[in-house]
Write a protein that binds this ligand. Structure first.
Ligand code: ADP
Length: 250
């Protein structure tokens, strides 16, 4: 499979009859939902509704108790093309003494399971530069990530998720713990990436105002406590930018 060259209507995530239980507790109840190439899906729900559980199933960290999830047409269990998927898990504030530099954190996005011990190449460092530039953090490259502000750290984690030039970006509450001004900048950045880059987004957020201003007021689907807001952007002429090698215009 080569998802990187696929057309704009390709199924990116297909969720078919999915249930999830933690022991006896049912968290996801018969969810069916399809995400197409270049959709922007905003996932909303109260605490404990199962949002993180659903994202973790999408990236293969949890297995559905019943039903199936496919990524780019492949069941998640057999999916191998993880370069196509960027995942930014929920943020925990980093210890200021956390020793890794920004550059090291971004480069660590290249380490798939198999690539862990291979040497980094010139091309890898170029990808790192491109990802940092796309998030305007190249000046922070040698700073320790623990010393950065929450907003800067989020940009670093986004750059880490972008280093493989993914086709699907999954963000779990990316603006938690960030001040309102930085949140607004972050949303603008995400909107730009959705509108001008060939990326499908799934984002969990509690910021309904920001979400609805982009995705509209009505969820397209609800399942238990989960609500899905969606913006479709399938016009082929919109699918122009497929790499990160230019700076984002904000
Ligand atoms: P959300 O992201 O919407 O806040 P989660 O997916 O984190 O919700 O959790 C859904 C429900 O599952 C919650 O009631 C939570 O307490 C429970 N839960 C989450 N992780 C575990 C776990 N590892 N073991 C048992 N219950 C869990």
């Amino acid at each position: 499979m080569n998802g990187k060259n696929a057309g704009c209507h390709q199924s990116v995530v297909s969720i078919d009859g999915v249930f999830f239980f933690y022991e006896q507790k049912k968290v996801i109840d018969d969810l069916c939902f399809d995400i197409l190439e270049r959709d922007f899906v905003g996932l909303v729900g109260s605490n404990g509704a199962g949002k993180t559980t659903l994202l973790r199933m999408m990236v293969g960290l949890l297995k559905p108790s019943q039903g199936q999830i496919k990524l780019f047409g492949e069941p998640v269990g057999g999916f191998r093309d993880w370069d196509l998927v960027g995942y930014v898990p929920q943020k925990n504030s980093l210890n200021p003494l956390f020793p890794a530099t920004v550059k090291e954190v971004v480069l660590s996005g290249l380490y798939g399971k198999k690539k862990m011990f291979r040497r980094l190449t010139k091309a890898d460092y170029q990808k790192c530069e491109d990802a940092m530039r796309s998030m305007s953090i190249e000046d922070l490259a040698d700073r320790r990530i623990g010393q950065l502000s929450g907003g800067q750290q989020q940009r670093v984690f986004l750059a880490r998720a972008l280093i493989n030039n993914p086709r699907l970006l999954i963000l779990d509450e990316p603006t938690v713990g960030i001040d309102a001004r930085t949140q607004a900048d972050f949303f603008q950045l995400i909107r730009h990436m959705h509108q001008h880059h060939h990326i499908t987004f799934v984002m969990v957020t509690h910021d309904l105002d920001m979400l609805q201003s982009y995705l509209g007021n009505e969820p397209v689907q609800a399942c238990g406590g989960l609500k899905f807001f969606v913006k479709h952007t399938h016009e082929p002429e919109d699918c122009l930018e497929t790499n990160l090698t230019h700076s984002l215009q904000l």
